[in-house]
Design a protein around this ligand. Structure first.
Ligand code: GTP
Ligand code: ZN
Length: 292
């Protein structure tokens, strides 16, 4: 029997869907995984076999490049953080957390501000927020699913990649994907699942096959779980990387330390005060919560 190498796009009722060269195979995981305490998760590259009765079996899971704890998904190449300025309101602290999730997974985040077509759009606030986010040195793209602004750009960024999409409920994740990929889903047996987007009542995560890419929405996960300690936070919090050797003391947590350059820049208005306060409350959370 031929051994194939593919990647898991979904898991439902104990049955995995494994993608290989344009074909989706339904596979079970061999009991050996349970015995070892490692189960394959969505996104895993696996070796699998299809037997003469057309039953598929996963035999081996290859090492993961990255993974999210919850939702459990592996091997994504980028994270798109989708927000709207209002309806729902933009939250700098939430964006910062999504950026941290990306950095800890060793991928670059892309920030998308959707709904810029809205008539009640506060243009000054949009510019203010865009500038703060750009100061973190990540790509910030303004879009509209409704009037199709910058959709080609988003499409080109998604091409040939595996992307995790995050963002609060109502920011327009489904609308954006539908506007970008209308009628362009890969024609496969999985098309029924792919078309059944919209309201997810169950917390399932899967890579949806679109034209030339795979996209995993994270429905129902307004907060993606991740672990970080105070020291790492002080170094990789968005916009804080550049302070690594600028504070007087090595390992400065930018809290109450003497000679902290972050605090100086907050006073000068170079570092937005609200962003710094988000940092302090996150730091406090980490210090008081054991599970971080
Ligand atoms: N004006 C405007 N409205 C939009 C845009 N994109 C989405 N909407 C509206 O925002 C609402 C929420 O859009 P969805 O696409 O369902 O948002 P979502 O992020 O997928 O939400 P969940 O599925 O709950 O996670 C809908 O009423 C959309 O019509 C946009 O670019 N402009
Ligand atoms: Zn400092």
């Amino acid at each position: 029997m031929e051994l194939k190498n593919g990647f898991i796009t979904s898991l439902s009722g104990g049955l995995y869907t494994v993608y290989k060269d344009g074909v989706f195979y339904k596979c079970k995981a061999r009991g050996v995984f349970r015995a070892k305490g490692v189960s394959p998760i969505v996104g895993d590259y696996v070796d699998f076999q299809i037997d003469e009765k057309n039953n598929g079996y996963i035999l081996k899971v290859h090492p993961r490049k990255n993974r999210l704890l919850r939702p459990p998904i592996a091997n994504f190449e980028q994270v798109m953080i989708i927000v709207s300025l209002a309806h729902p309101n933009i939250s700098l602290s939430m964006i910062s957390r999504y950026i941290l999730v990306s950095l800890l997974a060793d991928v670059t985040p892309i920030i998308i501000i959707n709904k810029v077509d809205r008539e009640d759009l506060d243009k000054d606030y949009l510019e203010y927020m865009t500038n703060i986010l750009k100061s973190f040195d990540y790509e910030v793209i303004q879009t509209s699913a409704k009037t199709k602004i910058n959709l080609d750009l988003i499409k080109s960024l998604l091409a040939n990649k595996k992307t995790v999409i995050t963002g609060q409920s109502g920011v327009g994740k489904s609308s954006l994907l539908n506007a970008i990929f209308e009628h362009e889903l890969i024609p496969t047996q999985d098309i029924s699942t792919a078309l059944g987007r919209g309201r997810h009542t169950t917390r399932v995560v899967e890579y949806y096959p679109y034209q030339n890419c795979f996209i995993a929405d994270t429905p129902g996960y307004s907060f993606i779980e991740f672990k970080i300690d105070a020291q790492d936070l002080s170094q990789i919090y968005p916009g804080f990387e550049k302070y690594l050797n600028k504070c007087k003391f090595r390992g400065c947590l930018h809290e109450n330390e003497v000679g902290c350059q972050v605090k100086v820049d907050v006073e000068k208005g170079i570092m937005p005060k609200e962003h710094y306060e988000d940092y302090l409350s996150f730091l406090k959370e980490i210090k008081t919560k054991k599970e971080y």
